[in-house]
Write a protein that binds this ligand. Structure first.
Ligand SMILES: [Fe+2]
Length: 474
C-alpha cells in the first residue's frame, strides 16, 4: 500500500524536481524578442544637411568637425580639435567664462595627412590648460567672418561622491540609424561620451574614402564641440590597406583624434586613462599588442596598481572587441585579450567594462573565467562578485547593419541581449551606487529598454580580498 502510494506520487515528485531543475539550469538572462529590420543601413548622402560644412557668409575656410576631449588625467585641461579645409586659418583658441568675452588664448599645432588619393584639411589640436573645475567656458575658433563660438562645462574635481552622467555609444557610423542614435543622445542628460570605437566607417568606401572621415566629424559636432568624447580605437580605425599602399595602422584616426595619453604615462594615443568625477576610466586598444611584456600590458598593470579608489571609486574599462559576447557576429574575437587581462580586472575590482564591435546590445552578470590553467579543465564562466559587468553597445547604427544571430541557448552569464540600435547611459550617484540603462532607438528617450542598479565593487563589496567564486548552477 505504502509502495503504491509512493509510486502514485512519484510522477508528481519528478515533475516538481524537473521544474525546479529547469529554474536553476535554464538561462537566467533575457533574449529580447524585440525585432526590427536586419538589412544593412544606408549612409546619409554627402550633401545631407547633417554632413555639410558650416555655411559662414564671407568665410571660405570655416572651422569644422570641432571636437573636444579631456586633456589630462585630472580633467583640468581640454584638447580642442578642428579642421579648416583649405588654409591653416587662425591657430588660436580664445576662451573665457562669458560669451564673446575671452580672457585667455591658447595655441597648439596643425597636422595633415595623405591617404590613398585623399589629402586632409588642416587638422588643429590645441590644449586649454589650468581650467577651473565645475565651470562653464566659452571658446572661439577662427577670426572675423570665420569665427565660431562653442562652450563646455568642466566636471567637478574628482571625489568619491561626485555624481556624474556618462553616455555610452559605439560603432556609430553615419547612416540614418546613426543619426537616430545620435539625436537620441543629444536629448539625454549625458555630460561626457564614452565612445567604444569604430567611428566613421570611411573604410567601407573605395580607397577608404577619407572624405567620409570629414562628414562624420560634421555629423557629431553638435555634441563633440560641447562635451568631451573619450575615444577608443576600433578595427575601422586601423585603415591598414596594403592593397593601395596604406600600411601605417590608425593613420587617419591618430591624426584626427588626440588623447591625453602622456598624462597617464602611456606611450601611445591608443591606450590611456583619465579621472573624471568619481570615475577612473581606462581605455584599451584591442588592435595593439597586449601580450606579456608589451607596452600596453606594462602600462595597464601599472595603471591598475595606482588607482586611488578613495578619490575615484568607480573603475570603468573601455575597449572595442568584447570579451563576453554571445552573438555569432565577431564571436570569440576578444578571447585572447580576455585571457591576458581578465584576472587583473577581477583582482582590482573593475566595476564595468564597455565594449562595441558587435552590432547588438548585451549586458552580462558579474562573471569571470580565470580558473583555467591548461590542465584543470575549469574553463566555464562563473559568478564572481569581484568581477565587472560586461556591456556591449556596438549598436550605434552603422552601415554594416544589425547582428541578429545570437548563440542558443543564451549562456548563463548573459543577463540581457537584443539586436537593436541604441545607446546606453551611466548615472553615477555616489561612491556605492550607479544607475545604468540602455535605450533602443525605436522608443522615446524616456523609455529604458534595459536598466539595472550597479553597486561599486570597492566600496559596496567590503571584502578586501577577492570573494570566493560561486559557480553558476549546472
Ligand atoms: Fe568593430
Amino acid at each position: 500500500m505504502a509502495i503504491n502510494a509512493l509510486a502514485s506520487g512519484l510522477p508528481l515528485l519528478l515533475l516538481t524536481l524537473i521544474f525546479q531543475l529547469q529554474l536553476r539550469c535554464g538561462s537566467s538572462g533575457i533574449t529580447s524578442p524585440y525585432r526590427r529590420r536586419l538589412q544593412a543601413s544606408e549612409d546619409l548622402p554627402v550633401g545631407s544637411e547633417f554632413l555639410r560644412p558650416p555655411d559662414l557668409a564671407g568665410c571660405g575656410n570655416a572651422p569644422e568637425q570641432v571636437h573636444i576631449t579631456q586633456g589630462s588625467v585630472t580633467a583640468d585641461s581640454m584638447i580642442v580639435s578642428w579642421v579648416t579645409p583649405s588654409q591653416p586659418g587662425s591657430l588660436a583658441v580664445t576662451f573665457g567664462n562669458e560669451t564673446a568675452k575671452y580672457s585667455r588664448t591658447a595655441t597648439g599645432n596643425i597636422t595633415r595627412y595623405k591617404y590613398a588619393n585623399y589629402t586632409s584639411g588642416y587638422i588643429h589640436h590645441v590644449k586649454l590648460t589650468n581650467l577651473e573645475y565645475a565651470t562653464k567656458y566659452y571658446y572661439r575658433l577662427g577670426d572675423g567672418e570665420c569665427a565660431r563660438e562653442f562652450w563646455f562645462v568642466t566636471p567637478p574635481k574628482s571625489g568619491p561622491d561626485v555624481a556624474y552622467t556618462f553616455g555610452v555609444i559605439g560603432d556609430l557610423g553615419q547612416t540614418y540609424d546613426s543619426l537616430n542614435t545620435f539625436q537620441h543622445y543629444l536629448n539625454s542628460s549625458g555630460q561626457t561620451v564614452l565612445y567604444v570605437g569604430d567611428l566613421s566607417y570611411a573604410d567601407h568606401y573605395p580607397l577608404g574614402d577619407n572624405t567620409r572621415w570629414d562628414t562624420w566629424g560634421r555629423l557629431v559636432e553638435p555634441s563633440t564641440a560641447y562635451q568631451p568624447w573619450i575615444w577608443t580605437a576600433g578595427n575601422h580605425e586601423l585603415d591598414y590597406r596594403p592593397e593601395f599602399s596604406e600600411v601605417v595602422p590608425f593613420k587617419p584616426y591618430l591624426h584626427r583624434y588626440q588623447t591625453p595619453h602622456r598624462s597617464s604615462k602611456s606611450t601611445s594615443q591608443l591606450w590611456y586613462s583619465i579621472n573624471r568625477a568619481s570615475a577612473h576610466i581606462i581605455v584599451l586598444s584591442s588592435y595593439s599588442a597586449y601580450g606579456k611584456y608589451t607596452p600596453q600590458w606594462a602600462w595597464l598593470q601599472n595603471d591598475l596598481q595606482n588607482i586611488n579608489r578613495k578619490k575615484t571609486p568607480w573603475v570603468i574599462v573601455l575597449m572595442h572587441s568584447p570579451w563576453y559576447n554571445s552573438n555569432m557576429y565577431h564571436y570569440m574575437e576578444g578571447e585572447t585579450m580576455r585571457v591576458q587581462f581578465e584576472a587583473w580586472l577581477v583582482q582590482y575590482k573593475v566595476d564595468i567594462v564597455f565594449a562595441g564591435h558587435v552590432h547588438a546590445y548585451e549586458r552580462s552578470h558579474r562573471v569571470s573565467n580565470i580558473e583555467y590553467n591548461v590542465v584543470n579543465g575549469q574553463c566555464s564562466p562563473s559568478r564572481n562578485e569581484s568581477a565587472p559587468v560586461y556591456i556591449t553597445v556596438g549598436d550605434g547604427g552603422n552601415i554594416e547593419g544589425l547582428a541578429g544571430n545570437f548563440t542558443q541557448p543564451q549562456p548563463n552569464y548573459s543577463a540581457y541581449r537584443e539586436a537593436s540600435f541604441g545607446h546606453a547611459m551611466l548615472e553615477i550617484k555616489n561612491r556605492t551606487h550607479a544607475f545604468y540603462y540602455w535605450h533602443r532607438n525605436q522608443d522615446g528617450e524616456a523609455v529604458k529598454s534595459d536598466s539595472t542598479w550597479l553597486t561599486n565593487r570597492h566600496n559596496y563589496v567590503k571584502e578586501k580580498r577577492s570573494l570566493p567564486r560561486r559557480r553558476l548552477p549546472l
